[in-house]
Design a binder for this molecule. Sequence first.
Ligand code: DMJ
Length: 469
Amino acid sequence: MQPIRFSILGLILILFVLCGEQAPIESSTTGLESTELSALADEVRSETLRSWKAYKTYAWGHDVLAPISRTHRDWYSEPLYISPIDAYSTLVLMGFDEEASEVERYVVDSLSFDKDVDVKIFEVNIRILGGLLSMYSHCKNPQVLDKARDFADRMLPAFNTPTGIPRYWVNLQTGESRGDTVNVAEAASYTFELGVLSHFTGDAKYYETGKRATRAVFNRRSDLNLIGEIIDVSTGGWVSTQSHICAGVDSYYEYLLKSWVLFQDEELKEIWDVSLPVIHQYLADEYEGQLWYGRSDMHTGEHVSSMVTLYDAFFPAMLALSSDTARAVRLQSTWASLWNKYGLEPMVYDYRTGEPGYPVYDLNPEIMESAYYLSRITGDPQFVEMNKGFWEDLKTHCRTDVAFASVENVATMEPRDYMPTFFFAETLKYLYLTFSPNLQGVHLEDCVFTTEAHPFRKVDFTEFNVLGQ
Ligand code: DMJ
């Protein structure tokens, strides 16, 4: 059966991919005494510093800390300094100014992107370009912006395809690209970072490039207004017609909404407004009293799979951001029940069989991100309590002698010798923000966060609407 073959293909690709001022919030609305809340924030902050010191001791200059063997890993044959670039905005937000300045100096003085390596364009866009732009928005060092622009210019050749959708890999030195088959997240999650770069440089070409890719996907929607999962960048034909919001698609939807919120681009809002109702109509699946979003064929709308991924827990945040608080609360409760079933979440899970499809937990942030959004938007103390519980579980199952580690299997809690870069960028940041309700200028009301949780202040983008439209 075709849909099942597509489902397996999609799953395999997912597994490859995985590896302004705010009104002060009274501590009573968080449900925790202010002393307990600030103790939690202090604890997250000191655990961040402990993990950062471990990175510096065992992995400085490299991409990722291996927290059990106490060494490092690089994504490619040469390091690109991904953890520190991704960590910078969290270090700043927590007040680790010396550590953040050290990263900035290293980026300016010692980091060159003129390397003969093929990089995954999606991953480096959200972590390196997003991280550098966020660094610039804070430090305003023009040399940092030069680095960001240099990096983006090395990415852009990948978008020279008949559809405008980028190839999977691009060589940072030669600009050669390869990989004609990409999932939708890899195809069209570029409007945010490329839009920010256009705004900072005054050069509209970056945003236009990101929007062209987004339009290319949307214009290939079915008669039902659903999009598929995997697309050929040369022909524009769908390789997998499975429609879902899971890993492999997620940030496409996320960037429609967030790019609208930051840039006020009506075209992206229109795409979001067409997309959201059919997500509810064809993907939402009530199962045993819980709300899930499954997988359906984009042409028939028929349900084909109940396999979900922990990335999907980004969606309550999106629903809350789009004012659908009731649905957001219900969906978050579904995800919290899955977390509580194991004490962490499996990467892939079948909600109809109740079995994990891939039992790894990689210190991922999405469920904590949504709890943070809901804590801000509803003021309901249950969401602060929720993140307190998740934090306790992380300490119990993932804390190591020097930092934190992923786990191979949520049923056995066997550790995995890896601390992903988004643990600094996202997981620790959303926990800290949840426990620090009175931080000025960095919360949801003031900022829009990229998919990698790099914050950009709305007030800095009020003139954006002249670009790329
Ligand atoms: C992050 O790298 C990004 O949020 C991405 O869009 C999907 N999720 C991972 C972390 O789980």
